[in-house]
Design a protein around this ligand. Sequence first.
Ligand code: NDP
Ligand code: MG
Length: 398
Amino acid sequence: MTRRVSIFGATGSIGENTIDLIARDPSAYEVVALSGGRNVKRLAEQARSLNASLAVTAFEEALPELRALLSGTGIETAAGPEALVDAARRPADWIMSAIVGFAGLPPGLAALEQGTTLALANKESLVCAGPLLMATARRHGARILPVDSEHSAVFQALVGEEMSAVERVIITASGGAFRDWPLENLPDATLAEASSHPNWDMGQRITIDSASMFNKSLELIETREFFDIAPEQIECVVHPESLIHALVGFNDGALMAHVGPPDMRHAIGYALHWPERRELPVARLDLAQIATLTFRPPCTKRWPALALARTVMDIRGLAGAAFNGAKERALDGFIAGQIRFTDMAGVVEDVLDTLSAKGGLENAAITLDAVREVDQVSRIYAAEAIEARAASTAGLRR
Ligand code: NDP
Ligand code: MG
């Protein structure tokens, strides 16, 4: 029997890896919808080769080109945020949520509302609206399977276990591009330097977030929301080899580690075939050759984003949406050369301080409208905080 699948963020790094797996067994899948952003050429190629029913670009201005590229194929085309939500409502048995950023939340929610299985790579959804996402899944009998490698690792370590026996979850961090840089050099880090990851091949935004550990911060919050465990049970350790993806510590002292090569096709494939395990085209580790695995404590001087994540987990409510919105705007600012690499954490901290002082982040009802509003407001405050720092970036090395 063929499975109906849709892939949101098909043209990205996770999307391409998902397609790589699906394309190995084309007769097993019927592709309902594919979505992309600006790269409509690639989206059209994917839609043709997988014979998708629908191709959606997130941007209205890209629609004419997408239409032209797919004319005569019978493949439907659409554009814009609403079209993404409509596409997520099309019946499918398995939906990959791999849009980057806040934009992934509305289609993710729409997918859950049809009671499907959602493979969730878009961590921002959980960070901004964890309780809403989980409640929507429960209400509609949908299932969320984690795709972020750390959360997939925890999920796998928990198979057959009782949550009541879990003492702690340890999320590993590679440390990203600057883990061994002298601290005093960090303010001068360039965009190119921040965009190169030592172990993983990922999209540019998550790669920069790995260097700043904003990515790990999002993942700590994601862990809290997905597994519903207390913040003090969530630890982070720097593990430069990126071979252990996460560990779960149980009440008898046992630690179950998930070990594998840094290849997202493992976590995607696990979510695709769950609850079965099927053969996947990932490298097999030769432990004798690897010989050593190393660990170090995370330093909050180098990675202040980690301390901010703790604040967000303590406040909860809409703090995750504020954190993510400010982080996305700060990242835009760094990419555009408006602020230094090391300014990003300060911008996010300013926004959290301002919004906390105003009140209303904690104990707030997490509706899509409330999350959207906080996302917008936090971006505006972040833009102001960026402006305030702009003067100091005059001599920025690009
Ligand atoms: P990429 O930047 O490689 O891809 C992002 C995808 O989203 C592309 O299809 C892009 O389209 C599309 N897109 C961009 N902006 C918008 C928008 N405003 N609205 C709708 N679609 C948009 O990202 P990744 O694949 O690296 O990451 C995707 C998600 O998965 C992120 O949430 C990330 O944190 C998470 N993740 C990624 C991992 C990885 O290994 N890459 C690991 C774990 C989690 P286009 O390119 O056509 O413009
Ligand atoms: Mg991860």
